[in-house]
Design a protein. Structure first.
Lengths: 488, 643, 124
């Protein structure tokens, strides 16, 4: 099979096995929910089907370890793709398990919820795998459209609809910017294929400085929106606050990681020859993001908004790795991304369990949690300390390796800024911890337990936070192997 | 060697024991009788025993000259994390040399004393088991810090002791002030820690290793640029100053007295706060390469010593006086390090640990008996609590630097070295500080144990503490009496030790540092101390009439000292106005845009734009888009401007 | 690869056309404003400008469900856009093109079936 230009196309459909499996599962989930009465199945069958599909997808993606193939010149299947496939599938599994109780009680449209979650995972996976600008763009939209709807699914919470509307409108603006930027890039590079753009930009004959710069600014803005980098972050607190908490967790994990997968693919691939043009743009963005994200977080009183700003601050740290992009910083970024996701999920799973019990999300509501549920307080504390970068927890080690690689990339001033910003962050994380440990509970002070799925999700994340913090070598090896195809 | 059971290679086991105790007591404390306090004490006793064995091994090796005293060949290490083909290797490594061998007995022995004492002091407290668990965690982290062979592991332990300190200062979290103090301590030291981390990264960047000995070696080879190394070492010192409560980070230590008194004795007098001294001592060969950085250490030490001593003169809380005195004495140690006098600094660290923990435990005994800690409420307690009074007085004499007592020998050494190697002004400042030390120490003893009881009720209530508390007091008092001269040159030898501390602890390129008691010099020092004590007695004996008169003689000065030079206010002001102000400004836009959405915001918005623009009823999305558009424009400007 | 000036020069006609368009519209509006006679009467402000009062407000509520119909209609409308070129070329491309289109239509069909089951086609 060849395309119109005469290039050979490899149409090995098994390369897309995980994506196909998830799409089929999504359809199954949708219909199982629609025909629930006729099929006589219970509510919990739907998450069960989803998890089954995810496990199948996971196994299918593990088939391609250490392969390097492409599907129809649109999608690359290499270790990088596999790494992110596994990561995204794992995140979705954790979110589904940890939020089972929450979703049954507080989310309308079960079938749609799970199938959209699966579809946005497919989008995220394709973002990591794409090797063509348009495929990447479509993958972004698949992920984003699913998320726009998911954000609105919180039953009886008026903020949810508002958040969704804001997210979709601003997302539209960002998409337009991105697409406009891509068209500039196409004009300059003469192709939508990553490899050909890279070749066109590096042969040095191009005289299209201005369009390239404009294109880069627009692309960075569009992706900056997805990654919630300042000043494109404004949707983040609103969407995080309004969305059902599992979706907030998902937004802070998958949506962010997928954007960074794309950033790595683009800035280590087609855009690498233009590094002098974008290095400063991203440095500025990184500094603004970590400073403003961490400062504004000081003022928050709602845990979801606090975590939103804290995640913005974290994005600033991660952008530093893009500035000094190399195989070292790349693998450090992948490691930090995994550590950050595990940590963040630990906190969010804890917050979900707390919300299930109390229905509250202000920071003061956490008063005395150490007495009413010491286990949950421990999970949240470990997560927050890890976010603040305390040793022996995931956040310290991964952040340290990230900072080191940036230093060896020659950007010491960025790291100094980042360290100062992360000192500020300690202050607001400590506020939450203080509420849990240093105050008496308000009202009902009796002890309570989590649901079994709650224990499973929080326990797994707690183990993960400590494991990455104490023995990160396997994770790093995985990250190292994942980044290798980008730099060969 | 005779006993090869536990040698210097096996020191990793030392932190492992209290850590195991921590796990056991914190998770299963409820199931164990007495919440597991005896496990903590027994574990600690085992550690002390093992430290003894390590010490024997060390002395044997020293005799056999198996290794040069400071460049030790006795490391134990395995690769903990090796990633990226050697790009990033974290070893778990231990390193034992003479500096370590000063720290290990101090940490383990004082910990044991404090744990035993705590059984009496904390009796009947809520969260009794948690207290012992947290204390064990602290000891584990502290031991790990002391035996660390590389900077990253040291940093890890460094944060660990900080965390333990945070937990223990905030132990009485029902009190708002305790919770605030815990946070203040944690965040102030964390600011220093950032400096430490930056310093570590800077050192790593050039050498590619975290191993302390390799870094020292590299520095001596001249691998670093002068300026670069100076900056790195100053950052490192920021971490040390934060942990050791040196100016300008000293503000957290007096507030840290909100914690239980035994905690103050262990963490905030004998062990954690000397971690900074330990770090600078450990890196001293590198500081010797960059004299500017070393001078900074000297001056910070001097400023802190003098400043804290003056604040100690007017403090009225018995524990705070001791806290200021600790800050001041740590300043002595840094000043000594600042002229390269490793031996004197470590010697003072060693003696100080014993008499200062004795003083804190003694004050704890007083607080336990009277439930008062303002000196204005105490007085005359020597009749009611003779053992406490006697031991406390011994500790005070040691602190004041009266001959024979431990403090005299080490302080004399510091003054001696400063006179020899430092600027003359530095010597004068420290001598004045030494006199001030004697004054406030005397004042504290007189106001607490002598004179007439000022609060009859508290006095009636007072009683001598139980033996489980006075026992450690007596042991520590004996040590405060003797550790000075037995580790001093000559005296130690006759008692069977290898030699004075000066023959063990020294910088390789300086050679052994032989103490010689310069009689004339010692006489001056003694005279200073005695004059200090005399002034103290003159002013505060009986009803302290003269002291009160002096107070009204210069009320502004008195107020300046009471308010601790207004530094706390200054910092709080900076935090409130600058940091939180900046946060507020940044948050303003978000607040405007974000918090006022919903019905409220949109109606206002509609009212503003009118009926025609009904389709814009989306909150403030236009603002968001405007922000994004400006962002793109700014990015484009940056891009065009930089290429 | 095109040089910068040529890349932009391709757009010059577009630029001229848009500027001309703007000028036309603006001059027409200004012209009518200047030339046309105006009379300020009350009736001018009413809906039909002739004194007839409208019975209800001009903007009425449209059933929410209408959008569902609209969307379902548009989906199949757009599908036709894909099918027309396909019809002309699929014989040349081969069986792959055939099965791709079958899959595409099947997915849309499934979507319709789902919407039907959910009651989207019922007017309540």
């Amino acid at each position: 099979m060849t395309d119109l230009l005469g290039n050979d196309l490899n149409l090995q459909y098994e390369l897309l096995g995980p994506e196909i499996a998830l799409v089929i599962t999504a359809a199954l989930v949708l219909f199982a929910d629609a025909f629930r009465r006729e099929l006589k199945i219970g509510q919990s069958a739907i998450p069960a089907i989803s998890i089954l599909g995810l496990v199948v997808a996971l196994l299918l993606s593990l088939l391609w370890i250490d392969e390097n193939k492409d599907f129809a010149r649109l999608v690359t299947i290499d270790n990088f793709t596999t790494f992110f496939r596994v990561l995204f599938i794992a995140v979705t599994v954790v979110v589904i398990i940890g939020s089972h109780e929450y979703i049954e009680r507080r989310v309308s449209h079960l079938g749609e919820f799970y199938s959209l979650l699966l579809l946005s995972t497919v989008g995220a996976m394709l973002m990591a795998g794409a090797r063509d600008l348009l495929t990447a763009y479509l993958a972004i939209e698949v992920m984003s459209f699913s998320l726009y709807i998911l954000v609105s699914l919180a039953k009886s919470d008026t903020r949810s609809g508002e958040a969704s509307l804001k997210y979709v409108l601003l997302g539209g603006v960002a998409s337009a910017m991105l697409l406009y930027g891509l068209s500039f890039l196409y004009g300059v590079g003469g192709s939508t294929q990553y490899t050909e753009i890279a070749a066109a930009l590096s042969d040095g004959t191009s005289t299209l400085e201005l369009p390239l710069l404009l294109g880069l600014a627009l692309i960075i803005a569009g992706l900056g929106f997805k990654a919630s980098a300042v000043p494109f972050h404004m949707w983040t607190p609103d969407a995080y606050e309004g969305a059902p908490i599992p979706i907030t967790a998902y937004l802070s994990a998958t949506s962010k990681a997928a954007t960074f997968a794309l950033l790595l693919r683009w800035f280590a691939g087609p855009l690498l020859p233009a590094i002098d043009s974008w290095q400063w743009m991203i440095s500025v963005l990184a500094v603004l993001t970590m400073v403003i994200g961490n400062l504004v977080a000081l003022q928050q009183s709602n845990i979801k908004r606090l975590l939103a700003y804290s995640s913005i601050g974290q994005v600033g740290f991660m952008l530093m790795a893009i500035v000094t992009i190399s195989d070292q910083t790349g693998s450090a970024l992948l490691l930090h991304l995994s550590g950050y996701i595990i940590t963040n999920l630990a906190v969010f799973m804890g917050v979900i369990a707390f919300y299930n019990r109390t229905g509250r999300e202000e920071i003061v509501a956490f008063r005395g949690l150490a007495q009413t549920n010491p286990y949950l307080a421990l999970v949240i504390t470990a997560g927050l300390f890890s976010l603040a970068g305390m040793p022996l927890l995931a956040g310290f080690l991964t952040k340290f390796i990230l900072f080191q690689s940036v230093v060896s990339g020659g950007y010491t001033w960025l790291v100094v800024t980042a360290l100062l910003a992360s000192t500020v962050s300690l202050y607001y994380y400590l506020q939450v911890i203080r509420q849990m440990y240093m105050y008496q509970p308000e009202g009902d002070a009796s002890r309570w337990r989590l649901s079994p799925t709650g224990y499973l999700a929080t326990g797994a994340m707690l183990v993960g936070v400590v494991w990455v913090g104490v023995y990160a070598a396997p994770f790093y090896t995985a990250a190292d192997r994942a980044i290798a195809p980008l730099f060969t | 060697m005779g006993i090869d059971l536990v040698g210097m290679e096996d020191v990793w086991i030392l932190p492992a024991i209290p850590f195991a105790v921590f796990i056991l007591v914190s998770f299963f404390g409820r199931l164990i009788p007495r919440n597991g306090d005896f496990i903590a004490v027994l574990g600690m006793a085992l550690v002390v025993l093992l430290v003894g064995l390590v010490l024997v091994d060390f002395q044997g090796a020293f005799h056999d000259e198996v290794f040069a005293p400071i460049a030790g060949a006795n490391t134990y290490s395995f690769d903990w994390i090796d990633i990226g083909d050697g790009f990033f290797v974290i070893e778990f490594s231990t390193y034992v040399d003479a500096v370590t061998m000063v720290m290990l007995p101090v940490v383990s022995f004082v910990s044991l004393m404090v744990l035993v004492y705590s059984i009496g002091y904390m009796k009947g407290e809520a969260r009794y088991g948690w207290y012992f668990a947290a204390l064990s965690f602290f000891v584990a982290a502290m031991l790990l810090l002391v035996i660390s062979g590389n900077l990253l592991q040291l940093y890890l332990a460094w944060e660990g002791v900080g965390l333990a300190s945070y937990l223990l200062i905030g132990f009485y979290w029902e009190r708002q002030s305790a919770a605030e103090a815990a946070k203040k301590a944690f965040i102030t030291t964390r600011i220093g820690d950032v400096g430490l981390l930056i310093g570590i990264i800077l050192l790593w960047r050039v050498t590619g290793t975290f191993d302390i000995q390799e870094i020292i070696h590299a520095a001596e080879e001249g691998v670093f640029g002068q300026t670069y190394l100076t900056v790195a070492m100053l950052f490192l010192f920021a971490g040390a100053a934060g942990k050791s409560a040196q100016f300008p980070f000293h503000v957290w230590l007096p507030d840290a007295m909100e914690g239980p008194t035994p905690v103050s004795a262990l963490i905030h007098a004998a062990t954690m706060v000397v971690a900074g001294v330990y770090l600078v001592a450990r890196m001293l060969p590198v500081y010797d390469e960059v004299l500017i950085a070393r001078d900074v250490v000297l001056y910070v030490g001097l400023i802190t010593a003098l400043m804290a001593a003056t604040m100690g003169l007017v403090a009225t809380d018995i524990k705070r006086v001791l806290a200021f005195s600790t800050v001041s004495q740590l300043g002595f140690m840094f000043a000594a390090l600042g002229v390269g006098a490793l031996t004197a600094a470590m010697f003072h660290l060693f003696t100080h640990a014993f008499f200062k923990s004795l003083l804190f435990l003694g004050s704890g005994s007083v607080i336990h008996a009277t439930e008062q800690q303002e000196v204005g409420e105490l007085g005359g307690l020597r009749k009611k609590m003779p053992i406490t009074a006697l031991t406390f007085t011994i500790g005070s004499l040691a602190l004041a630097g009266i001959p024979v007592f431990a403090g005299f020998w080490s302080k004399d050494e510091i003054l001696h070295d400063l006179q020899h190697y430092g600027p003359f002004a530095a010597y004068v400042i420290l001598a004045v500080t030494a006199a001030l030390t004697a004054i406030y120490t005397t004042r504290l003893v007189l106001l607490t144990f002598f004179g007439k009881p000022k609060n009859e009720q508290a006095y009636e209530h007072a009683h001598e503490s139980p033996p489980i508390m006075t026992g450690p007091l007596v042991i520590l008092a004996v040590l405060a009496l003797v550790v000075g001269f037995i580790t001093y040159q000559g005296v130690g030898e006759s008692l069977g030790f290898v030699g004075g501390i000066g023959e063990l602890v020294y910088l390789p390129h300086h050679g052994p540092h032989v103490f010689k008691l310069d009689i004339a010099f010692a006489a001056v020092a003694t005279a200073t101390a005695v004059v200090g004590v005399a002034i103290g007695i003159m002013y505060w004996w009986g009803d302290a009439r003269r002291a009160i008169a002096a107070q009204s003689w210069a009320p502004e000065l008195h107020q300046l000292l009471v308010r601790r030079y207004y530094l706390d206010e200054l910092y709080q002001g900076v935090i409130n106005h600058v940091v939180l102000g900046a946060a507020a400004v940044v948050a303003w836009f978000d607040k405007r845009v974000v918090n006022e959405t919903g019905v409220d915001g949109s109606t206002q918005f509609v009212g503003f734009l009118g009926y025609r623009f009904k389709f814009l009823q989306t909150g403030r999305i236009p603002h968001y888009v405007l922000g994004m558009a400006l962002g793109v424009a700014a990015l484009a400007v940056v891009a065009i401007g930089t290429t | 690869m095109l040089p910068t000036d040529q890349l932009f020069s391709d757009y010059v006609p577009v630029l001229i056309a848009s500027i001309a368009g703007f000028i036309l519209v603006i001059s027409a509006l200004i012209g009518s404003r200047l030339l046309a006679p105006f009379s300020e009467e009350r009736e001018k402000g009413t809906t039909y400008e002739c004194g007839m009062l409208p019975l209800r407000r001009a903007s009425t509520n449209v059933g929410n469900r209408f959008y569902l119909y609209g969307i379902l209609f548009i989906i199949f409308d757009v599908e036709a856009v894909f099918i027309f070129p396909w019809v002309l070329t699929f014989v040349g491309v081969g069986p792959l093109a055939y099965w791709t289109m079958v899959t595409f239509v099947a997915i849309l069909g499934l979507g319709l079936a789902y919407a039907w089951k959910k009651g989207a086609l019922q007017w309540r």
